[in-house]
Design a protein. Structure first.
Length: 313
């Protein structure tokens, strides 16, 4: 998961080669609808050929891009959640699904080193959202942040839906969140991360095995840490003091928030290897916390955890 801020986006992915591409559909494929035309569904399939039109739609509403593949197990966990949340928003967000095997140029443009990878587009600018499968509660929280960021950038439109979906296909109403989870979610929507942290901590005090609260707490702690950081200043401080734990933590957090997971893990593992044994505990604990954000099954976590184990023993 990443902080949704414009500072994290610049240069995140290079879409310039796709921006002015003609939006002709592939042979036999339905054309991508335009912003002024009613949509049969708010979930569409995007291709190398049609992505220029998807970029244009992102000037009207935020477009969430889901990079997936048929063979990807975590994709099958995450994609249905994203589709459900998108449809519930009733035209305020469009979801563009990209099969990376069928659309290699898009996969390369988004630097999709692993999937699932979910990126939003606001007025053509990319916003990193998820790397790996995450719980539904986190998806909802990040979508709320996405709408806030879109509003800040003047992207506040809505797409008309032509009603082609049958009523029986409508998403059933979701059960209410537990009170403390709802309190945390409301605080995240308001940008009050400190209050969200308190709510999640209370939820864990009541149920230490609450996986959604564990995941939510880790995510919101990261958001709270990075919201006041300046990327250039943080990198300069870390370069000037290679063994300063706080300085290295700041850059690792920013890297993770920007989707540079391997860079974040590598920085902390290098720091761990150089510190005296009696100073390593905070770094190990931060690594474990970040592993939980990305997911135990993610290959980047597996690799980093193996390296950490080799350094410990």
């Amino acid at each position: 998961m990443t902080e949704l801020s414009p500072a994290a986006l610049r240069g995140a992915v290079d879409l310039s080669s796709l921006r002015n591409r003609p939006a002709a559909p592939a042979p036999g494929a339905p054309a991508t609808p335009t912003a002024g035309a009613p949509f049969a569904d708010l979930v569409i399939d995007a291709t190398d050929e049609t992505f220029g039109q998807v970029l244009e739609l992102s000037r009207t509403v935020p477009v969430v891009v889901d990079l997936w593949a048929e063979w990807c197990g975590p994709c099958k966990q995450l994609s249905p959640i994203i589709e459900k949340v998108t449809r519930e928003l009733g035209g305020r967000v469009l979801l563009a699904k990209i099969d990376v095997d069928a659309n290699p140029q898009l996969a390369q443009s988004f630097r999709a080193e692993s999937i699932p990878m979910v990126v939003a587009l606001i007025a053509g600018q990319p916003v990193p959202m998820f790397n790996g499968a995450v719980p539904e509660e986190q998806v909802r929280a990040v979508f709320a942040q996405l709408l806030q960021l879109a509003a800040q950038n003047g992207v506040t439109g809505s797409l008309a839906i032509d009603g082609a979906q049958a009523p029986e296909d409508a998403t059933p109403e979701e059960p209410a969140l537990p009170p403390l989870h709802a309190e945390a979610f409301a605080a995240i929507e308001e940008g009050d991360y400190a209050a969200a942290i308190v709510a999640y901590e209370k939820a864990l005090a009541e149920n230490p095995r609450d996986e959604d609260a564990i995941a939510g707490l880790g995510q919101v702690r990261l958001l709270d840490r990075v919201q006041s950081l300046d990327l250039q200043a943080a990198r300069a401080a870390a370069a000037a003091a290679p063994l300063d734990i706080a300085a290295q933590f700041d850059v690792a957090d920013l890297d993770l928030a920007g989707g540079h997971v391997d860079d974040a893990f590598g920085r902390l593992l290098d720091l761990f290897s150089q510190l005296p044994s009696d100073e390593r505990t905070p770094v190990r604990e931060r690594l474990v916390e970040l592993f939980g954000l990305i997911g135990a099954g993610d290959p980047r976590v597996v690799s980093a955890r193996n390296r950490l184990t080799s350094l410990l023993f």
